[in-house]
Design a protein around this ligand. Structure first.
Ligand code: C5P
Length: 223
């Protein structure tokens, strides 16, 4: 069901976790199934957008009809996003690791008399923030905020701090079952305020987001 204001426009979606190598066989990762990001990529493509999906390792099938860029680390994710610009829309649904091991070992670390290795961590690039400040900034930059407390307050602050346009705030308290689950409870946070969305399947949330994006671009066109 193509949506006229979206047809032919380009969306970049990040999804899944990132894996930050410790050595060739070990990594640090964030908890993310990729279900929400992949569903958003599929819904935008179904509405007629050209979609680039940049994703870390997930169990999700690659949705048909898009440009799929598999990556592992945050640095690789940023490079793939950068290479895919320009775009009209960016959706950062990936759970990017905030830190990576400063110098990953070339060879497998061995257990030994020295005891466990100490990992020195360094900050990863913030992809959402980088895209929000990019010379090729998409017209609409959308991020997620996975929070366990003061969900709306933290999300509104995050929207301003990151410089993005919209934040989808997600209550990921363990009792909500959001992580790895099929359903979520989202709030759309924009400059104009907060719109609560019904508790729904991640695929429904993806369609709802797609309609909100379509409405944004049809208002732009009429303006
Ligand atoms: O700061 P926090 O990780 O809570 O922000 C979440 C949002 O920022 C998500 O949209 C996520 O994809 C994005 N993000 C990013 N790069 C990072 C960290 C988060 O793009 N290094």
């Amino acid at each position: 069901q193509p949506l006229p204001s979206l047809v032919g426009k380009h969306a970049i979606v990040t999804s899944g976790p990132t894996h930050e190598p410790i050595d060739p066989v070990r990594y640090i990762a964030n908890r993310s199934s990729g279900k929400q990001g992949h569903a958003i990529a599929a819904a935008l493509a179904a509405a007629g957008m050209r979609v680039t999906l940049v994703s870390g390792p997930t169990q999700e099938p690659v949705p048909a009809g898009m440009d799929f860029k598999p990556i592992e680390s945050a640095q690789q994710m940023l490079a793939a996003v950068d290479a895919a610009l320009p775009a009209d829309v960016f959706v950062g649904a990936a759970a990017v690791a905030d830190w990576r091991v400063a110098s990953a070992a070339d060879q497998k670390l061995k257990k030994g008399a020295d005891g466990p290795p100490a990992l020195v961590l360094t900050e990863n690039p913030d992809i959402l923030r980088t895209v929000s400040q990019h010379p090729k900034r998409p017209a609409l930059v959308i991020g997620f905020a996975a929070e366990t407390e003061k969900v709306l307050e933290h999300a509104a602050a995050k929207r301003v701090r990151k410089g993005c346009d919209w934040i989808l705030a997600n209550d990921v308290s363990p009792e909500t079952g959001t992580f790895g689950g099929t359903h979520s409870r989202l709030f759309l946070v924009t400059a104009a305020g907060v719109t609560p969305w019904p508790h729904s399947a991640k695929t429904d949330a993806a369609r709802r987001l797609t309609h909100a994006v379509a409405e944004y671009f049809s208002t732009m066109r009429d303006a």
